[in-house]
Design a protein around this ligand. Structure first.
Ligand code: UDP
Ligand code: MG
Length: 329
């Protein structure tokens, strides 16, 4: 009999957790009666009641595993921690705000049983998101596709099923600036997509303000492409060539005695070159900073506890004993 794990990173989702667990439990009871399953909820340093609600839900949902990170590490690291904790033969990763409908798990499992290792969910439509988010997401997925050799599917988030060997392979990649959807594509094996309609958030607000979205986009691009670095080189060549031609013109004018006192042209050249230099240094710096982070080789996260309640040993509504141990990875 196979075990299915459902991994959900949660940051300040107090309004969503109860409904989330209810919907997951309902769908799993219907579609996987023979299969056992576990829900791995990762509390990513929430400042609200997310953790205490999760603990109280464990009494009713004994297959709920609560992993508590030592602080907020961000969505991608929290998801990684959940994948590390999950023990399933198939592992499903989903958001905790019900934008990813748990009901799609049925389609995931069907494809998995057909032999696919990764079943990713492609967004056909996205409800309840701003025009700005829709536009930037569209541009982002198409840009990163052009910049990298890894074929990362467009309009596809982290909502997906992965087989045990894919989860193990992912577990071996310990890069700090994680772009999970890219890493999963990079890992390979048989992958297939299913389409779905992305719902609006059930409760609460997005945890991805523009600043985090931008950081995430840069992480994705720098993790999977060196083209921006080459861009600096190309730009350098182009600017040098133009400067060389311009120098010839200026010298010719000087010889012909036609040169004017040139404040404007000097300012334009100085400002333009200054801008180009800062941009290219900035690009190099993005990569350098990531190398620095990687070289420090700090653990990706610390878990302050993992609490499992054994489904068979504990009668519902009894006092659930919990194992608590500090773990790092
Ligand atoms: N999340 C997290 N840590 C963070 C930010 C977000 O674990 O620092 C979780 C969040 O609780 C949610 C998922 O990541 O379950 C996706 O976040 P969100 O829904 O805010 O992103 P959006 O759907 O707006 O892109
Ligand atoms: Mg969301």
């Amino acid at each position: 009999m196979s075990l299915i794990s459902i991994v959900v990173p949660l940051y300040n989702e107090e309004g969503n957790v109860a409904e989330l667990i209810r919907r997951i439990t309902a769908i799993m009871a219907r579609i996987a009666p023979g299969d056992t399953y576990e829900v791995v909820a990762v509390n990513d340093g929430s400042r609200d009641r997310t953790l205490s609600i999760l603990r109280s839900l464990q009494v009713l949902a004994p297959n709920l595993v609560v992993a508590d990170l030592s602080r907020n590490f961000g969505h991608q690291i929290a998801a990684t921690a959940g994948l590390d904790v999950a023990r399933g033969d198939a592992v499903i990763l989903m958001d905790g705000d019900l934008q990813d409908p748990p009901e799609l798990i049925e389609a995931f499992l069907a494809k998995w049983r057909e032999g696919y290792d990764v079943v990713y969910a492609t967004r056909k439509t996205r409800k309840g998101e701003s025009f700005f988010k829709l536009l930037t997401a569209r541009v982002f997925y198409r840009t990163i596709r052009r910049l990298t050799n890894v074929s990362i599917p467009v309009d596809t988030g982290d909502f997906r099923l992965m087989s045990r060997r894919v989860v193990d392979a992912l577990g071996e990649t310990r890069e700090k600036h994680r772009f999970l959807r890219g890493l999963v594509s990079w890992v390979g094996f048989n992958q297939i997509g299913v389409e779905y309609e992305r719902e609006a958030r059930f409760a609460g607000e997005t945890k991805y303000p523009i600043s985090k979205m931008l950081k995430f986009a840069i992480d994705g691009i720098t993790s999977f492409s060196e083209i921006p670095l080459r861009f600096a080189t190309y730009l350098g060549f182009i600017v040098s060539a133009v400067a060389f031609l311009y120098a010839i013109v200026v010298i010719a004018l000087k010889i012909l005695g036609l040169n004017e006192p040139g404040y404007t042209s000097i300012m334009v050249v100085v400002l333009f070159l200054g801008g180009v230099q800062l941009v290219t240094i900035g690009i190099a710096g993005e990569y350098l900073g990531r190398i620095y982070d990687q070289v420090k080789a700090r653990p990706l996260y610390f878990l302050s506890s993992v609490e499992r309640a054994d489904a068979r040993a504990v009668p519902v509504a009894a006092n659930v004993p919990s194992e608590r141990s500090p773990i790092s990875s």
